[in-house]
Design a protein around this ligand. Structure first.
Ligand code: APR
Length: 236
């Protein structure tokens, strides 16, 4: 086994072949919605029902989406590799888990969770939510998506930085490399110096030149092939 500690960062591109929109491509979510209206704390204060509708619609779309071969291949890598295989995702969908992955780190939160602004409990939720939906625990009408908005701190950063410090293979899949801190992970790994770095993306990301190896094309094809190579112990 060539790699003992693998860290895999994923972005919206890994779920594109499952039919979920990415953000910054033609026709993507940020073409159809203003970030300041639906993905900032200020937007939520200004019009909470608009924000709830945006996330309720994405939750509904998730019901008809299925994990694609890329999600399934990463679940297989975790099960069969024998070393530590950590998945850190910027995605709020649950397709990694439904594709067989476990202990996925959702640094931008999860679509199928809500957080109460009054009692701070986090609830699993796969239906619609609105401003007058009461918290199941304290009944306050103060629920919000358990998603990280622009200007908010991502989750689990200490754990993620520790994984990056220890990894000997860092893979970035399906992300444009435009949003920090995730876009800076490859530089963190390069500074520490002993990991191989691979980008798998439909096209070169903003950080493509920082990766030792780049494979450009659809994740649904490239990820299963790369996982096969890793499991066979082929050089990379
Ligand atoms: N296979 C591989 N890569 C793909 C595919 C595919 N089938 N389809 C699209 N891509 C690539 C695109 O080329 C693009 O580089 O996925 C990337 C998606 O980039 P973005 O839309 O910017 O999504 P992401 O990088 O995940 O955004 C990061 O920004 O808005 C915030 O919180 C949001 O988590 C998100 C973060």
């Amino acid at each position: 086994m060539r790699h003992q500690n693998i860290v895999i960062l994923t972005g919206a591109g890994i779920s594109a072949e499952s039919g979920l929109s990415t953000f910054r491509e033609e026709g993507g979510l940020w073409d159809r919605h203003r970030i300041e209206d639906v993905a900032t704390p200020e937007g939520f204060v200004r019009d909470p029902d608009l924000v709830h509708e945006f996330y309720s619609t994405r939750r509904r779309q998730l019901k008809t989406a299925s994990p694609n071969p890329a999600h399934i291949a990463l679940g297989r890598l975790q099960r069969e590799h024998g070393g530590q295989v950590s998945i850190v995702t910027q995605n709020v969908d649950d397709l990694h888990e439904r594709g067989g992955a476990s202990d996925v780190i959702h640094m931008h939160g999860e679509l199928k969770k809500l957080r109460c602004g009054a009692c701070h409990r986090v609830h699993v939720w796969d239906g619609v939510c609105a401003t007058d939906t009461p918290c199941p625990a304290c009944h306050a009408k103060a629920l919000r998506p358990h998603v990280v908005w622009f200007g908010e701190m991502p989750f689990d950063m200490d754990r993620i930085m520790a994984l990056l410090a220890d990894c000997d293979l860092f893979m970035s899949i399906g992300t444009s490399g435009q949003v920090y801190p995730a876009a800076g992970f490859v530089s963190e790994v390069r500074q520490i110096g002993h990991a191989h770095t691979v980008e798998i993306n439909l096209e070169p990301s903003d950080g493509a030149s920082l990766f030792a190896e780049r494979r450009h094309g659809p994740a649904g094809t490239l990820v299963p092939a790369y996982v096969e190579e890793i499991l066979k112990g082929e050089p990379s």
